[in-house]
Design a binder for this molecule. Structure first.
Ligand SMILES: *Cc1c(COP(=O)(O)O)cnc(C)c1O
Length: 381
């Protein structure tokens, strides 16, 4: 430990891979602990690692969460869960969009499905019977207003009846998902969702007095903004990765997307840079740096022509002209920059939130857009 081999590893990775997404696991633990500090009633925590941990990587993040004593992990699809199991993750893993074709695999790998309809219940029970198992946990999803997946109020009694006739499964948790927990203008709607959930989940919990069914509602924004609705567990997602709603200043950014300058060019006045010749050295010469990251790496082409700047030696270097597939050029006129210097695409001084604003999207999309060909590296003291 005290030799800090991980730092050598990092230097090495940085040399081999010019463009990397560096994920700081210590910062992630800091964010986890912030949310934990809000849970004063002993509520459990499910951590969302879907979409490869919001783009930051599956196994390393899951392994850290397992070590930190998180209670459940959740993924979107069965294959993500399989990846976790094959990498040695032993804690409970819930699959949110479990489709019937993957039930057999899920049973093999001890992955627990979200059940959102009578037909999903029937097919899972059928798969359990075929596998020779007798009693596996499921997670019942209620639709209180998101209208994506889940049982509605009128379907609760039918769901309870079906569950009672299905000894192959038992209800481990009941949950719902909030559609607008991050925005004050939806607070009345959110409170209505919470009230519906309380009533509907009471009926399910009441129908199975022998089970200790856990109830959960809140995503990251919900945890911060609705302390009255933490029930038995919360589902932490984007907050873990450093995006906050109520107190963003309490969270630390976790990921840095960085690359390196591979060539510096002096562009004479009047010349142009890149495809379509949109980068123009107008009125004065330009000094540009070429950086090997392009739209195929997830650098949105809409950031072309100065919409975004990289950070080079602490200074903002705007993108010049159009972003190419594998490269882009930035303006380093007046910036002390040499070949081999680092260029931060997002991270310190260029936040994911800011990039999301420029792209008129949400940080979630920015984070999950970094292509898989970008090597993920992890730092942890
Ligand atoms: C993704 C997801 C979450 C986490 O949401 P965040 O906004 O990232 O905290 C919670 N619950 C469900 C069902 C989800 O799909």
């Amino acid at each position: 430990r005290r030799f800090h081999f991980e730092r050598i590893g990092r230097l090495f990775e940085n040399k081999v891979h010019t463009t990397v997404l560096e994920v700081d696991l210590d910062r992630m633990i800091h964010n986890l602990n912030y949310f934990r500090s809000l849970l004063t009633g002993g509520e459990r925590m499910m951590a969302m690692v879907k979409a490869s941990g919001y783009g930051s990587g599956t196994f390393e993040v899951a392994h850290m969460l397992q070590q930190q004593g998180v209670d459940f992990l959740a993924v979107a699809f069965a294959d993500e869960g399989v990846t976790l199991r094959e990498a040695g993750i032993t804690m409970p893993v819930v699959v949110l969009n479990a489709d019937a074709d993957s039930f057999e695999t899920m049973i093999d790998y001890r992955l627990e499905p979200e059940i959102y309809s009578l037909s999903s219940l029937r097919s899972f029970a059928e798969a359990v019977r075929r596998s020779g198992e007798t009693h596996l946990p499921v997670h019942i999803k209620l639709d209180t207003g998101m209208h994506r997946l889940g049982f509605t109020g009128e379907q609760i009694e039918a769901a309870i009846a079906a569950l009672k006739e299905t000894p192959e499964v038992y209800v481990r948790t009941v949950f719902t998902h909030l559609a607008g927990s991050d925005e004050a203008r939806h607070d009345d709607f959110t409170r209505r969702q919470i009230a519906l959930f309380r009533t509907w989940s009471d009926r399910i919990v009441g129908a199975f007095p022998d089970l200790r069914i856990l109830r959960h509602v809140e995503n990251s924004a919900g945890i911060e903004r609705f302390p009255e609705a933490r029930f038995d567990m919360v589902r932490l997602g984007v907050g873990l990765y450093g995006i906050g709603f109520d107190h963003p200043e309490r969270l630390l950014p976790v990921s840095t997307l960085r690359s390196r300058i591979v060539q510096i060019k002096e562009i004479p006045e009047g010349d142009t840079v890149g495809y379509g010749r949109h980068g123009v050295a107008q009125g004065h010469p330009l000094r540009t740096a070429t950086v090997p990251i392009g739209y195929a790496d997830g650098l949105d082409r809409k950031l072309s022509r100065g919409k975004w700047s990289f950070v080079v030696n602490g200074r903002k270097a705007p993108i010049v002209g159009n972003i190419c597939m594998d490269t882009c050029m930035i303006d380093v006129t007046g910036i002390e920059a040499r070949e081999g210097d680092e260029a931060v695409v997002f991270g310190e001084g260029a936040s994911v939130e800011e990039m999301a604003r420029v792209l008129e999207t949400i940080p979630y999309e920015v984070m999950t857009s970094v292509s898989t060909r970008v090597k993920r590296i992890y730092t942890k003291e």
